[in-house]
Each structure stands twice: as structure tokens, then as C-alpha cells.
Design a protein. Structure first.
Ligand code: SF4
Ligand code: MG
Length: 301
């Protein structure tokens, strides 16, 4: 039930525009029952990677395999439709406003060819009252809608759950609740969870491992405590410094310097070098090797 992403490249092509390598050689593994948090600023290719895993974006180079079989747009329909389920960012757009939520959850049940589970049971599993099955999406808050979207994803009995910024549209109070719910549901059912967020502090709460993505590449990956306590890549360090600390700590968050460069024209060498306080000559000409930390400061001699 392992998801394996190897040297993945995903390019976006549109007529009259430069090719955008949204994912530019990324490798990542998610094992059953494991929660991997994928973090980075917006525009770093996280969503493109997630959509490729679900077969929604074609793979340009490299591979994605789930349970040993390649994930392709065709394969998604035929085989992995019930294997990989995605929860999207916008809880207002992902549910059909005209249909009762119970019917929308039942669509997932039919996919799993399992007539035995009642949509109301799934609502209960995500912490909502059974009666909600008869209502329409507009009657609910963002947090409640995201729970409904999770119930619908669970209906298909996924062996891998992908959340693409599933909490970023929610109130602060709902964010940790929904993130923890996704983790508990995935882990309890033995499914893996790839949880994408730009919010490192929430990812830290739920992830076993953290992968940091910058401009199409994974620049650091490691156990959550290790990455949190001892970030090694300058980009990870900058992301952590940007997190507001609890009041009274006397530490002010530091905004990241500069912006994410245009992925259609990434910088030569290390893609982070224009924003990196430690950039050396080699960084401007040679891209660091992929690895647990893709940075010339940490290259084994
Ligand atoms: Fe900074 Fe160089 Fe490391 Fe890139 S390789 S993060 S520019 S030190
Ligand atoms: Mg995104």
C-alpha cells in the first residue's frame, strides 16, 4: 500500500507560453499508516504533485507507483479510483450545492461497491450528526463541509488519502481539528496520508515525517521532530523562522526574504540561491544533489 514517487517531473504546457516545470524531479514515499506532511510556500508545486498522484496531472518524467502499479490518468479510473482519495482546499467548491450531502457521500460508497455502509455512519465517523445526511451543503460552515468532504473520501475506502491544503480555507479553530481528524482516520484504517499545507505548525502536530518543497523540488525530508528541532536546509530554517511564536516568547516571526521565483524560469544552480543568506559560488552554478537535505552546505565531502 506504499505510494512511491520517484524523480517526478510534471510540466504544464499551454500554447504560446513557456513550459512550466511545476514539479522538477521530486522523490517521496508514503507508507501505509504513515502521515507525511508536504510543506512550502504556494507556487512550489505541491498541488501539482498531489494532482499527479491522483492521476489528475500527467507525469512528464519519472514515476508514481501505488501498491506497485503505476498511477496514470487511465489507471486512476480503472483501478486506483477507490485506492487514492483527495480532499481539496476549497470546501465550498468541492461539494455539489444542489445535492443532499448523504447522496454525495453515497457516490463514494457505490465506487467501493459496498452497499452496506450508511452515509450517516460516515458522518458520525467524521464527528457530525447523522441527520446532516438529509441537508444541503449551504447549511454548513467551512469546517463542517470539509468534514463532509472527508466522509465522502472515506466512503471509497481509500488506502491513501491526499489532502491538498485541506485546512487553509478554515477558521483557525477548525484547522487543527480537521487536520487531526484526517490523521486519525487515515492511521486507524491503515491508510497513508499525504498532507499538504503551508502551515508548518499544524503539520508538526500530525505528521510522522515532513517534506519541504521549493520550486518543484524536495529540499529537505526527515522525521518531524528532527526537521522541527534541527532544520538543516536554509529554506526550512526560513520557513520555521516565519512561524509566529506564542505570546511572551519575545521572538518575532521573520518574513521570508523575496518571493518564489517564476517556475517557468527557475534560477541556475540551487533554486533557492537568490534568497539564501548562505549562498556560495557553487550554489549559483550547480544544483545540489537530491537527498535528505539538498544543499551544498550539507553535501558529504
Ligand atoms: Fe543556500 Fe547554497 Fe544551500 Fe542553496 S545550496 S540552500 S544557496 S547554501
Ligand atoms: Mg496549492
Amino acid at each position: 500500500m506504499t505510494l512511491e514517487i520517484k524523480d517526478l517531473v510534471v510540466e504544464h504546457r499551454s500554447p504560446g507560453r513557456p513550459v512550466v516545470r511545476a514539479v522538477a524531479g521530486a522523490s517521496l514515499t508514503v507508507r501505509p499508516g504513515e502521515v507525511v506532511g508536504l510543506v512550502g510556500e504556494s507556487g512550489c508545486g505541491k498541488s501539482t504533485l498531489a494532482r499527479a498522484v491522483c492521476g489528475l496531472n500527467p507525469v512528464t518524467e519519472g514515476s508514481i507507483t501505488f501498491e506497485g502499479a503505476p498511477v496514470t490518468p487511465l489507471g486512476l479510473r480503472r483501478r486506483t479510483l477507490t485506492g487514492v482519495q483527495m480532499v481539496f482546499q476549497d470546501p465550498y467548491a468541492s461539494l455539489n450545492p444542489r445535492r443532499r450531502v448523504g447522496d454525495q457521500i453515497a457516490d463514494g460508497l457505490r465506487t467501493a461497491r459496498d452497499g452496506e455502509t450508511d452515509p450517516a455512519d460516515l458522518l458520525e465517523r467524521v464527528g457530525l450528526p447523522r441527520e446532516f445526511a438529509g441537508r444541503h451543503p449551504h447549511e454548513f460552515s467551512g469546517g463542517q463541509r470539509q468534514r463532509i468532504a472527508i466522509a465522502r473520501a472515506l466512503a471509497a475506502r481509500p488506502r491513501m488519502l491526499i489532502g491538498d491544503e485541506p485546512i487553509s480555507a478554515l477558521d483557525a479553530s477548525a484547522q487543527a481539528q480537521v487536520a487531526t481528524l484526517m490523521r486519525d482516520l487515515a492511521v486507524d484504517s491503515g491508510a497513508g496520508l499525504l498532507f499538504i499545507s503551508h502551515d508548518l505548525s499544524v503539520v508538526r502536530l500530525i505528521a510522522d515525517r515532513i517534506a519541504v518543497m521549493y520550486l518543484g523540488r524536495i529540499v529537505e525530508i526527515g522525521d518531524t521532530a528532527e526537521v522541527w528541532d534541527n532544520p538543516r536546509h536554509p529554506y526550512t530554517q526560513a520557513l520555521l523562522r516565519a512561524i509566529p511564536q506564542p505570546d511572551g516568547m519575545g521572538v518575532l516571526p521573520e518574513e521570508l526574504p523575496g518571493d518564489v521565483p517564476d517556475p517557468a524560469a527557475p534560477p541556475e544552480g540551487c533554486r533557492f540561491h537568490p534568497r539564501c543568506p548562505f549562498a556560495m559560488d557553487v550554489c549559483r552554478v550547480k544544483e545540489p544533489e537530491p537527498g535528505p537535505v539538498a544543499c551544498w552546505l550539507h553535501e558529504p565531502a
